[in-house]
Ligand binder design. Structure first.
Ligand code: PMP
Length: 393
């Protein structure tokens, strides 16, 4: 007798951004602007493969003589190079630091939450409101609870640091806090160094474990500048987790390139963490995809390619920050956009305005008003400014 397996399943709510991609593609208006999808775009609206990446891929194809399995830790030289890039040489080589390659920053986050759940199901993960839309589902899938703390003030368009610190006072020792290392998604809100210092002191005082989502390294103020707070967390606290992504700063998106770094309290605990991570990775993806990580490894290990990549990354960052300044200059109500960093900012608009901007002006953005700054260009900026100015709260 046939037993029906899937009749119990109902539809999951559709992903708002994927729906937007389809609507944008079908829109015939030549002046349409896509500010929805979260990838870097150049002046022509394209997301090209970086020069240094293309060159490294050619080297990889020439040199690779086997596609045999590598193992659940992935490409260990890639892991070491990204650990040094994120943390600097000293922290990266600590015997209490564990690293392994993951399928993107998303894989690193998922693995990190699984590790937290294995250590204690009681761990609450504190998350700023708003945050990247995949954070809460990732935490829930690992069987952990999350709680929001205040993060962003939609009136001043800045970090609500006092609200954040007040809410975090309720966190219990052993809880984790999910922090965006730089380039906050979706708000672009930035911390000053003294605010980072205060947050780290609070983690220290209250025994909170920082889990740093570091998905946009180098796209804010620079490689060293963006890494500074991450290094402060990792050097001042006994334990810390960093979910690193090369998908934005190397433009690797679909190749899924990431590293999970865990600083344990002692080398012995680091060994236990490593064995848990390897075992868990084995049950999720078994082994991470090789091509992208091997490519990034070649870029980072080859001085000419590395400096070319840094120049290209600088070009991406400059373009984003140039556009931020241009928006602020044209729309004084949005002057804070020039102070924010990364691909994203939140426009202070209603959901109704988001719909009207799409239907009447062919400007596409996420339902919460999140815009991808890199979707703007010198050419489309006047249409954007004209259209948006009437809708700002
Ligand atoms: N964290 C944040 C804040 C992100 O915006 C993204 C990608 N949109 C990720 C993590 C995941 O990055 P990846 O594509 O490397 O999985």
């Amino acid at each position: 007798m046939h037993k029906n397996h899937f009749g119990t399943l109902s539809l999951q709510a559709p992903d708002a951004l994927l729906g937007l991609i389809r609507l944008f593609r079908e829109d015939q208006r030549p002046y349409k602007i896509d500010l929805g999808v979260g990838v870097f775009r150049d002046d022509y609206g394209l997301t090209p493969v970086l020069r240094a990446v293309k060159a490294a891929e050619r080297i990889l194809v020439e040199q690779q003589d086997s596609k045999s399995y590598i193992g659940p830790a992935g490409d260990t030289e890639f892991v070491e190079l990204t650990a040094r890039l994120a943390l600097g040489d000293e922290l990266a080589s600590s015997p209490s630091m564990v690293g392994l390659q993951t399928p993107g920053g998303n894989g690193a986050l998922r693995l990190a939450f699984e590790l937290l759940g294995q250590a204690s199901k009681e761990t609450v993960v504190w998350v700023g409101n708003p945050t990247w839309m995949n954070h809460l589902p990732l935490i829930a899938e690992a069987g952990l609870k999350s709680r929001f703390h205040r993060f962003y003030d939609p009136v001043t368009l800045t970090l609500d640091f006092d609200g954040m610190m007040a809410d975090l006072a309720a966190a219990k020792p052993g809880d984790a806090i999910l922090v965006h290392g730089c380039c906050h998604n979706p708000s672009g809100a930035t911390f000053s160094i003294s605010q980072w210092t205060e947050l780290i002191a609070l983690c220290q005082r209250n025994g909170l474990l920082p889990l740093i989502d570091f998905a946009y390294h180098g796209l804010g103020d620079g490689l060293d500048q963006d890494a500074a707070p991450v290094r402060m967390f990792a050097s001042n606290l006994p334990e810390a987790i960093i979910a690193y992504s090369c998908d934005k700063n190397f433009g690797m998106y679909r190749d899924r390139v990431g590293t999970l770094l865990v600083k344990a309290a002692t080398p012995d605990q680091a060994n236990a963490v490593r064995s848990r991570l390897l075992g868990t990775a084995r049950t999720m993806w078994s082994m991470p995809p090789d091509h992208g990580a091997a490519t990034c490894r070649i870029v980072l290990a080859t001085p000419e390619l590395r400096s070319d990549w840094e120049a290209e990354l600088g070009g991406m960052r400059d373009r984003i920050n140039f556009l931020r300044q241009a928006v602020a200059n044209a729309l004084p109500k949005l002057s804070m956009i020039a102070e924010q960093r990364g691909l994203f900012s939140l426009l202070p608009v209603t959901a109704e305005a988001v719909r009207k901007l799409r239907e009447e002006c062919a400007i596409y953005m996420a339902p919460d008003g999140r815009i991808n700054i890199a979707g703007l260009s010198k050419e489309n900026l006047p249409h954007f400014v004209r259209s948006v100015s009437g809708f700002l709260k």
